[in-house]
Design a protein around this ligand. Structure first.
Ligand SMILES: [Mg+2]
Length: 316
């Protein structure tokens, strides 16, 4: 039997007020504002992201998976800056108040929050088409930025690329697949791993970094534009995810280069720091070099320029 639909105040109290209290939370959910104490000497890093049903995820998706993805994607932005997660707020717009949906959503959200040690400190609920906005705040002693890449720096990518983009047609129900493939696709799309450990490891010496959300080549272009340089990328060096090969076949390499939603890090390292990086044994590979130029990314395959059929994801 379905439980009665809760009202706004009840939603916050019943589903989210039990959120774990985190570091620096003087006063959490329940008053007009949260009161937060930043760590001494650190910079605060803050970022906000909105996910809209049927634009960023199917409205019918598992609410726990939607919640997990929304928070993980935001935490990825903190990882991109070498910031440790502290707090987040949630604005939730729901077409109707559904107790079962809310319980699953809150469980998924608070479980993810616990995994990454980030505390929910405030929220708002409204009636309307399904969408959610999360704002995260973290602290950083050594922030990584996009504008520090210099000519000669080595370009690295963490983890594997292309899985989420290859999974998207399955997640959207545009392509049918077996149970195992479907589960792997949902895992790749809804549960990206924010690269907080890698980011903390490279924070002391990387010259620039960002997280790959729009596609490697497009995002690397952002580093190049901000830094006033260009990049040469060896397509053979891209760490193509086995799932991308399995789901997308010959298109896997293109998806690794341009597909997006990877939430891996792309970062640059001065040549004199490459040995330091390699000694750490991180899951990261060198894919190219920063060269002189004006914000262009040149991809190379077998000695020839390689061009994608589709450019990186643009929202509008
Ligand atoms: Mg980002």
């Amino acid at each position: 039997m379905k439980r009665a639909a809760p009202g706004e105040f009840e939603i916050i109290r019943e589903y989210f007020a039990g959120a774990p209290i985190g570091e620096g939370v003087v006063l959490g959910i329940g008053d007009d504002c949260a009161l937060l104490q930043p760590p001494a000497g650190a910079l605060l890093a803050t970022s906000v992201d909105t996910l809209v049903a049927d634009r960023h995820f199917p409205a019918s998706a598992d609410p726990a998976a939607i919640a997990a993805r929304a928070l993980r994607v935001n935490l990825s932005d903190l990882a991109a800056m070498n910031a440790q997660p502290l707090w987040f707020t949630l604005a939730l717009t729901l077409p109707h108040s559904d107790a079962d949906w809310l319980q699953a959503f809150a469980d998924g959200l608070l479980q993810t929050a616990k995994t990454y040690g980030v505390a929910l400190v405030g929220g708002d609920t409204t009636c309307g088409p399904l969408s959610l906005t999360i704002q995260v705040t973290g602290s950083s002693q050594k922030p990584l930025r996009r504008d520090g890449a210099r000519v000669g720096d080595a370009i690295y990518v963490s983890g594997e690329l292309g899985a989420s983009a290859a999974a998207l047609p399955l997640v959207l129900g545009q392509k049918l697949a077996g149970k195992a493939e479907m589960e792997a696709a949902e895992r790749a799309f809804y549960y990206p791993e924010p690269q907080l450990v890698t980011s903390a490891a490279i924070g002391g010496f990387a010259s620039s970094a960002l997280d790959i959300s729009d596609g490697l080549l497009a995002d690397l272009g952002h580093i190049c534009a901000a830094s006033g340089v260009s990049a040469d990328v060896d397509m053979h060096a891209l760490p193509v995810a086995p799932l991308a090969r399995q789901l997308a076949g010959e298109r896997a390499l293109e998806l690794a280069a341009t597909g997006g939603d990877d939430y891996q890090l792309c970062f640059t390292v001065p040549q004199q720091q490459v040995a330091t990086l390699e000694k750490l044994g991180l899951d990261a590979v060198c894919i190219g070099t920063i060269v002189e130029g004006r914000g262009e990314v040149h991809a190379w395959l077998d000695g020839e320029r390689w061009f994608p059929e589709a450019a990186g994801y643009e929202h509008f």
